[in-house]
Write a protein that binds this ligand. Structure first.
Ligand code: ARG
Length: 467
């Protein structure tokens, strides 16, 4: 078997690892994507080692230039990753040291345990910022669709049964609200990821007089007021992956929200609803049935939610039995975290694009929204306004609905005599309740789907989402 010699093995190992062990333990095949953040962390560490006198000025300059050159080679694809060097940290450090002797000083008072915790936090911060940008675009797409169709009404559903009329915009803005909470959760996660673990060493810090505050400042680990944020317990710092779990949980809930939106869109494209038409470029055909146009993007958005939830469960399971502190198990966090970040970002982006290419079928929406049964509750409210207790009004309108059904007519076609045969409280004005426009004008509580309120909410979101 071919023998290889990873850099992390000191002379105390009598034998080198076999190829299959190297293959089993390597992470370079997936953690190479941390390279930018690994180099950034090393640059800050080198600057700090210079400040405390571990590196001479010329050594520090050589290391900084060397890291910069390696970074450029990685970016252009010239850099050769070596699986026998296990991971991104060893690959970069080993190559630096091969090129310049001072490279051997870079790992002073640093372990891969605090290094990987640092890289992951740096990477996640960037990822959260990018994801937040995509979510905002999705919110904008929802608001635009609502604005373009601000007068379109649809039935609102509970139990997937027609309930009460709502503006389509109101329905879409419900998702904007959900996405806003996702953004808040992600920012919250950002604030706890934004704490610098470097200086924790393998588990117990260092006997050297590191300047942790300088490193934190250089890497932007500061709060809104500019105060440096440092981990306060070296054991916690190297064993902690809460930030990964928190992100995965926030991402899973985001994915669930998108999945629910996708489900609505899928229903709405069906012939039965026919409320929307997704542009051809965002639908796919069937290999067998020539008439089919399938909402595959929405279906995949819904489907991918399963793996995002799965990734969260995998991470929690990974952590639940680990003793303090760093254990190699933690290497398994990366693929789950990367997959979640990639999946939700791609999903948010494509769903936003699809919504920008979606048209509303007004005629079908109008037909559905003009079902007078949607205003049965308004008829009960009418009786309440005449002084009747709501429970009684509910009962009476139930009887009216049954009568309409028996007489084979829609609710709004009943005569005054028919209404009064159920209860004398009904007056001439009772049937006015079924004027949809007026009915919508009356729903003006904060958060209700009334004409003025929805316009107000659209304007509020338009302003909040301004670029
Ligand atoms: N590749 C490792 C990981 O992802 C880096 C840390 C290795 N530390 C160690 N003590 N072997 O977790």
């Amino acid at each position: 078997m071919k023998k290889i010699s990873p850099l992390s093995r000191s002379v105390r190992f009598a034998r080198e690892v076999s190829t299959d062990v190297a293959q089993f333990t390597e992470s370079i095949s997936f953690d190479h994507r941390l390279w930018r953040h690994d180099i950034l962390g090393s640059l800050a560490h080198a600057a700090m080692l210079r400040k405390i006198g571990v590196l001479t000025k010329s050594e520090a300059i050589a290391i900084i230039c060397g890291l910069d050159k390696i970074g450029r080679e990685i970016a252009t694809g010239e850099f050769e990753w070596k699986p026998e060097l296990e991971d991104v940290h060893m690959n970069i450090e080993a190559e630096l040291t091969r090129r310049l002797p001072a490279g051997a000083k870079l790992h002073t008072a640093r372990s891969r345990n605090d290094q990987v915790a640092l890289d992951m936090r740096l990477w996640l911060r960037d990822e959260i910022v990018l994801l937040l940008g995509e979510i905002t675009d999705l919110q904008r797409a929802l608001v635009s669709l609502g604005e373009k169709n601000s007068d379109v009404l649809i039935p609102g559903y509970t139990h997937l049964q027609r309930a009460q009329p709502v503006y389509l915009a109101h329905h879409l803005l419900a998702y904007v609200e959900m996405l806003e909470r996702d953004c808040e959760r992600l920012w919250d996660c950002y604030s706890r990821a934004n704490v610098c673990p470097l200086g924790s060493g393998a588990i117990a810090g260092s006997t050297l007089p590191l300047d942790r505050v300088l490193v934190a400042k250089l890497l932007g680990f500061v709060d809104a007021g500019g105060k440096p944020q440092l981990t306060q317990n070296s054991m916690d710092a190297v064993g902690d992956r809460d930030f990964a779990v928190e992100f995965s949980a926030a991402a899973a809930l985001l994915a669930v929200h998108i999945s629910r939106l996708a489900e609505d869109l899928i229903l709405w494209t069906s012939t039965e609803f026919n409320f929307i038409k997704i542009a051809d470029a965002y639908t796919t055909g069937s290999s067998l049935m020539p008439q089919k146009k399938n909402p595959d993007i929405a279906e995949l958005a819904r489907g991918k939610t399963g793996r995002v939830i799965g990734n969260l469960v995998a991470l929690l399971t990974l952590l639940k039995g680990l003793p303090m502190t760093y254990n190699r198990d933690l290497q398994e966090d990366k693929e789950r975290l990367f997959d979640t970040a990639d999946t939700v970002r791609a999903t948010v982006r494509i769903v936003a694009a699809m919504l920008q290419h979606t048209k509303i079928n007004r005629a079908a929406c109008d037909r559905a929204a003009s079902d007078p049964a949607l205003l049965a509750t308004d008829l009960a409210d009418y009786l309440v306004k005449k002084g009747m207790p709501f429970r009684q009004a509910h009962h009476i309108v139930g009887k009216v609905v049954a009568l309409a059904e028996k007489n084979g007519k829609p609710l709004n076609q009943l005569t005054l005599a028919e209404l009064q045969s159920v209860d004398k409280t009904f007056g001439r004005d009772a049937l006015g309740v079924f004027d949809l426009k007026r009915a919508m004008a009356k729903r003006n509580l904060i958060g209700a789907p009334g004409t003025k309120e929805v316009a107000k909410q659209l304007a509020r979101w338009r302003k909040l989402l301004q670029a």
